[in-house]
Design a protein. Structure first.
Length: 323
């Protein structure tokens, strides 16, 4: 039985390593770490630490990679994007992962009621598989709400996933709609590239500048791996508690690395909290560049922009090509 893994990012690589270790015939189709290379700022620092590696077998870990370099975790944390990409290259080589550097344009069910799948690649080739794992990441699900898009002139705004080169923002005034990790990370990086001013606008409480505690997640992962259906069988109250805790660790905290930029963005954050959202759009045709943060923040034209914003809905699936 052949398995097709669509996507060559962290999850696709980890799945391939696991499949190979268990003798599962498989094919990986995608561009190696493409989203990380093309859509993330070169200066970005990761939230994850050295213990968040790719290897489900606990062999080719980041700590092992550091040993080959004669380094310690303290030498590289917080992890830079360049370091993480170098680790992924090393991991791919050590695991002997072969990748078809193509894209999947179509995925069809086999003919005559068969339980197989037929994937059509961008070059016209096809791959038959009995199982398919879709590991394309979230790059296809960026969402800019229509009502907000209609307010803004073409070419003067972008979603964070589309904005990774901040050089063009030098000397510009920037309005960031959103107030979670990506918003503050982009604000810090844009500030370092010489923006004239940065305004953050959001309607929820300001996240705290403290390190997230993910130590408890390992137990959940172990239960999921060793007890099929473990999470689904939990009482609804317990599932809600776990979901909320994970959401809170990731969304209500900002990594301490941003503390050094806190003073720089504090004034802009306060200004954004006190003014109307539309105030920042008044001079849009002069020198304001807009960054839309998150998967679809809803912005109202009202004085109180501190109220919690309902998250926009991203489509369940986006049209291909997938890679």
């Amino acid at each position: 039985m052949r398995t097709l893994i669509i996507g060559a990012g962290p999850f696709g690589l980890a799945l391939s390593a696991y499949a190979r270790a268990h003798g599962i015939e498989h094919t990986v189709v995608g561009r190696h770490m493409d989203f990380w290379k093309q859509h993330m700022p070169a200066e970005m620092l990761l939230r994850s630490r050295c213990d968040w590696h790719l290897d489900p077998l606990e062999e080719h870990t980041i700590e092992h990679y550091l040993e080959t370099l004669g380094l310690q975790p303290a030498d590289v944390e917080p992890l830079s994007l360049r370091f993480y990409l170098d680790y992924c290259d090393w991991f791919t080589k050590e695991k002997e992962i072969e990748i078809d550097d193509s894209r999947v344009d179509r995925l069809d069910i086999g003919e005559n009621g068969s339980r197989s799948f037929i994937a059509t690649l961008g070059n016209g080739a096809t791959i038959a598989a009995d199982r398919v794992v879709v590991a394309v990441g979230f790059g296809y699900f960026a969402n800019v709400p229509d009502h907000l898009r209609s307010m803004l002139p073409d070419g003067r705004f972008s979603h964070t996933s589309e904005l990774s080169d901040f050089s063009r923002l030098n000397g510009k005034r920037v309005l960031i709609v959103g107030g979670r990790q990506s918003a503050f990370a982009w604000a810090a990086l844009i500030h370092e590239r010489g923006a004239k001013a940065i305004h953050l606008c959001y309607r929820h409480a300001t996240p705290s500048f403290e390190e997230s505690d993910w130590s408890w997640v390992a137990g959940c992962v172990h239960n999921i791996a060793t007890q099929p259906g473990w999470f689904r069988k939990l009482p609804s109250e317990e599932r809600d508690r776990i979901n909320h805790r994970q959401w809170a660790e990731g969304r209500l905290k900002l990594e301490p690395v941003f503390t050094r930029s806190r003073r720089d963005v504090e004034g802009a954050r306060q200004l954004a909290a006190e003014q109307r959202v539309t105030h920042g759009l008044a001079d849009i045709h002069r020198d304001v560049a807009l960054g839309l943060i998150g998967r679809g923040a809803h912005v109202r034209h009202e004085q109180n922009v501190r109220h919690r914003s309902a998250s926009g809905r991203a489509p369940v699936a986006a049209p291909g090509p997938w890679r």
